[in-house]
Design a protein around this ligand. Structure first.
Ligand SMILES: Cc1cc2nc3c(=O)[nH]c(=O)nc-3n(C[C@H](O)[C@H](O)[C@H](O)COP(=O)(O)O)c2cc1C
Length: 196
């Protein structure tokens, strides 16, 4: 767990073959739990031109919907940082599945949204950790939340169903530099033990 960090300086290389990368992502999707085993989580691995297409779509959406200064800064970051790795794993929740469960169990409707976010986070973390254990660096980005334009742009770039909601994008490649310094608040304030 301590080996997983946010690494922004990435080389466009991988320690694994493309098939092995697909296997890592597939295994994480298959075995990461979801509440009620509803299996709404989805992942898409993009490399090469597909990766550029996704990031260009994010950039275009940002340019269209954000103030000029903010969009320009994001655009530079996308070109210099997020496009620089070997690939990106995009994560989605199929909201048609979540809403079916909410319809069937209305008492849990609000809880399903929380469970969906929690299961998504577990999947993000599993793929992030698995890729870093294989010698990659990775960073997790959240451009889709709160931006319909980004959601539409990503779906249209990849021809995905309307019900797929992007929950995060994980960029990975060979680490080209160390992680940033990280401060840890005292763990005894965050972790308690009781034995009686
Ligand atoms: C739920 C969640 C959302 C995050 N969103 C972003 C993000 O949008 N962009 C980003 O650069 N890092 C994002 N991060 C990375 C955190 O900033 C990072 O994990 C934290 O600062 C600790 O650093 P470390 O990953 O090196 O341990 C996110 C992390 C989590 C857990």
């Amino acid at each position: 767990m301590s080996a997983r960090r946010s690494i922004y300086a990435l080389e466009p290389k991988s320690t694994l073959t493309d098939q092995q990368l697909r296997d890592v992502v597939t295994e994480a999707v298959k075995f990461t739990p979801t509440s009620f085993n509803m299996q709404q989580t989805r992942a898409v691995l993009v490399i090469g031109e597909a990766k550029n297409r996704v990031w260009d779509a994010v950039k275009e959406a940002k340019m269209r919907y954000e103030s000029e200064d903010h969009a320009k800064a994001t655009s530079e970051k996308i070109d210099c940082v997020f496009k620089s790795g070997y690939g990106t794993v995009l994560f989605f929740s199929d909201l048609s599945i979540v809403s079916n469960w909410s319809d069937q169990m209305p008492a849990y409707a609000d809880a399903f949204k929380v469970f969906d976010a929690q299961a998504s986070g577990m999947l993000h973390y599993n793929v992030w950790t698995a890729l870093e254990l294989e010698g990659h660096g990775a960073n997790l980005q959240h451009f889709g939340e709160g931006s319909q334009g980004v959601q539409d742009g990503i779906r249209s770039a990849l021809g995905l169903p309307d019900s797929w909601h992007n929950t995060a994008l994980l960029n990975f490649g060979l680490p080209a530099g160390p992680p940033r310094d990280k401060e840890f608040s005292p763990t005894d304030e965050r972790v308690k033990f009781f034995d009686a």
